[in-house]
Design a protein around this ligand. Structure first.
Ligand SMILES: CCCCC/C=C/C(=O)SCCNC(=O)CCNC(=O)[C@H](O)C(C)(C)COP(=O)(O)OP(=O)(O)OC[C@H]1O[C@@H](n2cnc3c(N)ncnc32)[C@H](O)[C@@H]1OP(=O)(O)O
Length: 280
C-alpha cells in the first residue's frame, strides 16, 4: 500500500499552480497572486483518515511550509464531507505494525498542522466529525457551509479523544463548553457551531468559503511573518511540547485502549450501524 510520492511542480495553469499530485489523496494548489496554498483532501468515499491519507497530509503540509506559502487553506474534494475523521477500519481488528504507524502518523499531522508557522484556515465544505474536527480546529480560522455537522463525537463511539485533540478544541472553545461537548460527544450543526464559536463564519458555497478563508489569511499581509509565526507558536507551544514529550506514552495508551475487547466490540457495532445506514 505504500507508494512513492513525487514532489515537484507538475502543472501551471492560470493564476494557480498544482504543487503536488502524487497519490491523489491530497492535492496542493498555490494561487500565484496571493501565494496561498489550498490543500484538498480527496480520499473517497468520506476522506476517512487512514495511514496513506495521513502520510499525504503530512507531506503536503511540510511542502507548503517549506515553500513559504502565505497561507494554507484546508478543504475537501467531497461535496458533502470535509472528513469523516479517523478511518475506523484502521482501528477495528487492527494489524499490529500498521496501527502503530497509523497513530504515529496522526500525531505527526497534528504537530505539523497545529504548529505550522504558516497561517492556516479550514474551508469546511461538509460534515466534520472527530478527526475531521481535529483538523479543522488545528487551523486558525474556520468557515463552514450550512446544513453540516462538526464536533468531537468520540464518546458516542465508546472511545476517548486524547489530550491533544482536546488542546485543539480548547484553542477554539472555552473550557466549560469544550468539556460539556466532549463528554456528550456532541455534534454541532453549522448554525450551532457559529453561535458557540467553534467556527468563525459561514459561507453558501465552497468557493465562498475558500474566499473567506483567503480574506482571513490576507489580514496578515502587513504583519511581519516571523513575528506572526513566533507569536502563534508561543500560544501553542505548551500543547505541542506536551505531545512531543509524551509521544511514546500516548501511542502505548492508544494501543492498550483500542485493543480492549469491549472497545473492539463497540467499534464493530458502530461500523455495522454505519454500513446499515449506507445501504438504506
Ligand atoms: C481511542 C482513540 C480515539 C481516537 C479518536 C478517534 C477519532 C475519530 O475520528 S473516530 C471516527 C469518528 N467518525 C465518525 O463517527 C463518522 C462516522 N461517519 C458518519 O457519521 C457518516 O458516514 C458521515 C456523516 C461522515 C457521512 O455520511 P454519508 O454521506 O451518509 O455517508 P455514509 O454514512 O453512507 O458512509 C459512506 C461509507 O463510508 C463509511 N464510513 C463513514 N465514516 C467512516 C469512518 N470514519 N471510518 C470508516 N468508514 C467510514 C461508511 O461505513 C460507508 O461505507 P460503505 O457501507 O462501505 O459504503
Amino acid at each position: 500500500m505504500l507508494r512513492t510520492k513525487v514532489l515537484s511542480l507538475v502543472a501551471r495553469s492560470g493564476p494557480s499552480r498544482l504543487m503536488s499530485t502524487a497519490t491523489k489523496l491530497t492535492t496542493v494548489e498555490v494561487n500565484d497572486k496571493t501565494g496561498i496554498a489550498t490543500l484538498t483532501m480527496c480520499r473517497a468515499p468520506v476522506n476517512g483518515l487512514n495511514l496513506e491519507l495521513l502520510k499525504d497530509l503530512k507531506t503536503s503540509i511540510d511542502e507548503i511550509e517549506s515553500n513559504k506559502s502565505r497561507g494554507l487553506i484546508l478543504t475537501s474534494s467531497n461535496a458533502t464531507i470535509f472528513s469523516a475523521g479517523l478511518d475506523i477500519m484502521e482501528m477495528y481488528n487492527p494489524e499490529k505494525e500498521r496501527i502503530r504507524a497509523f497513530w504515529t502518523q496522526l500525531q505527526e499531522v497534528w504537530l505539523s498542522l497545529y504548529g505550522s508557522s504558516v497561517p492556516t484556515a479550514a474551508a469546511i465544505n461538509g460534515h466534520s466529525p472527530a478527526g475531521g474536527c481535529l483538523l479543522a480546529t488545528s487551523c486558525e480560522y474556520r468557515v463552514m457551509l450550512p446544513k453540516f455537522t462538526i464536533g468531537l463525537n468520540e464518546t458516542q463511539l465508546g472511545i476517548v479523544a486524547p489530550k491533544w485533540f482536546m488542546s485543539s478544541f480548547l484553542s477554539v472553545l472555552p473550557q466549560r463548553q469544550a468539556e460539556r461537548a466532549l463528554n456528550q460527544g456532541r455534534m454541532f450543526s453549522t448554525e450551532e457551531a457559529l453561535q458557540i464559536g467553534l467556527i468563525d463564519e459561514t459561507a453558501t458555497s465552497k468557493e465562498e468559503a475558500v474566499e473567506k478563508c483567503a480574506a482571513f489569511l490576507g489580514t496578515f499581509a502587513r504583519v511581519n511573518p516571523l513575528a506572526r509565526a513566533l507569536t502563534k507558536q508561543q500560544f501553542r507551544a505548551a500543547d505541542l511540547q506536551q505531545l512531543e514529550n509524551e509521544r511514546k506514552d500516548d501511542l502505548e495508551k492508544f494501543l492498550f485502549f483500542i485493543n480492549q475487547p469491549a472497545v473492539q466490540k463497540g467499534l464493530g457495532i458502530y461500523l455495522e450501524g454505519l454500513k446499515k445506514k449506507a445501504k438504506k
